[in-house]
Each structure stands twice: as C-alpha cells, then as structure tokens.
Design a protein around this ligand. Sequence first.
Ligand code: CTP
Ligand code: MG
Length: 230
Amino acid sequence: MMYSVVIPAAGQGKRMKLNKNKQFLILEEKPVIIHTLAVFQRDSWCEEIIIVANSSEVEQIKELISTYGITKVNKIVPGGNERQNSVYNGLKAIEKAEIVLIHDGARPFVTEELIHKLVVEAENKDAAILAVPIKDTVKESDGTKVLHTVDRSMLWSAQTPQAFKSEIILQAHEWADKNQFIGTDDASLLEQLQKGVSIVLGDYFNIKLTTPEDIVFAQSIMEVKRGGNE
Ligand code: CTP
Ligand code: MG
C-alpha cells in the first residue's frame, strides 16, 4: 500500500529557543530532520517524500539528504507563514498518490509499524490520525482560577503522521485557503467540512520536539531504542 509523505520543516522553532530551526538540532550525531526522513526512507510503502523548507535552508537540507543517502525526496518546496500554509504547498507538489501522509519534521520517533496501521486505516476510512489518550487531569481556567475539570475520558492528544486519501485532504486545504480558516492540524480541516477522521492508537514515544525539555526526553528515547536494537 504505497503512499507519499509531506514533511513540513519550515518552522522557526521559537519555543525551542535554540536560535535556529530545531530540524537541525543534533541527536546522536544526526540532525533531527534526518532521523525523521530515515524512517520513511526505510519504509518500503513510502514512494515519495516532499520536504517543505525555509528558502534559506534548502541548500543545507539538500546537502544533508545527499550525505545521509535519503533518495526518496522528490521535491523541496518553500514554506508559508503558518504550518498549514507550508503543508498546503507540499500537497500541491505531489504528483500522484492515492494516500498522502503529513508528518512533522520535528517528530523523529514514529515507527514503520505505526505508519502501516495508519495507512491501512486511511485506505478504509479516507482519513486517520495517530493519537494517544491524555494522561494529565485537565482544567479549564480563566488564567487565574479553575473554572472546572474537563472529563478526560474522551480527550486524545493528536500526533502525526496523519493520513488521507489525497483528493480529500487537498480539497480540505483548498477550502481552508479560500475561507482563511487556520486549524492546528490537518485533520481539523476535514472536521470543519463534517468529514470523518479515524483514530489509530499512537505511541507516547512519538513526541514532537517542541520545548527544551523535549531534547532530554528525545535523548532518553534514543537510548531506549538503541538498547532495543542491540
Ligand atoms: N512548520 C512549517 N511551517 C511553518 C511552521 C511550522 O513547516 N510555518 C513545521 C515545523 O518545522 C515543524 C512542524 O511544522 O516540523 C510542527 O510545527 P512546530 O512544532 O510548531 O514547529 P515550529 O513552528 O518550528 O516551532 P515554534 O512554533 O516553537 O516556532
Ligand atoms: Mg509552530
């Protein structure tokens, strides 16, 4: 079951406070973006990779993919102001694919097993996301005091990849672009159009590197995974 993947990597990484795009942070001798790309390079179901990058970083990415033997990258396209604009640019660059995955460049621990579960679900249901049940007790607040405790039993943290039939996600992005709707993930655009999105159980290890603490978590996850492979 073949798919194309769009990898948005055109952010600034402001919350990481590195003064550079977190895609280039080195973890176990390789940049984060290379760890991410390597998963799709290895996966035989992945036919094509589209990277979305800041124009000023395209050359750097080209050098890295050549150094690390990432051969499935078909195009590197420019990013937009918001993640959603970047993803839309990536989707427009796909030539032909029945199934499209969208996966954050800053989420290096996704596994082939999770990807395959997700792709099968998208084949059957048109749209599927990885998500994990929320672990914290969640409070709604006005900023100073608690208004109430939210019932956690129905709450999930969304992850990427998110997988879609290609024409459906492209239509949703076209609609969002026309109507200036910005969602925090790609599935939310389908939700706006009342289209169903299936949940596939993700993995708590599938973190996105967002704030400085995540670097510590990422290093530990690397150690665990390395241990498991020896
Ligand atoms: N991204 C993108 N284009 C943007 C914004 C984000 O391609 N205009 C990408 C990021 O590079 C990242 C993914 O989308 O791989 C998830 O976004 P996020 O974690 O928010 O990354 P940044 O926007 O870089 O970080 P921050 O919000 O802290 O600045
Ligand atoms: Mg961001």
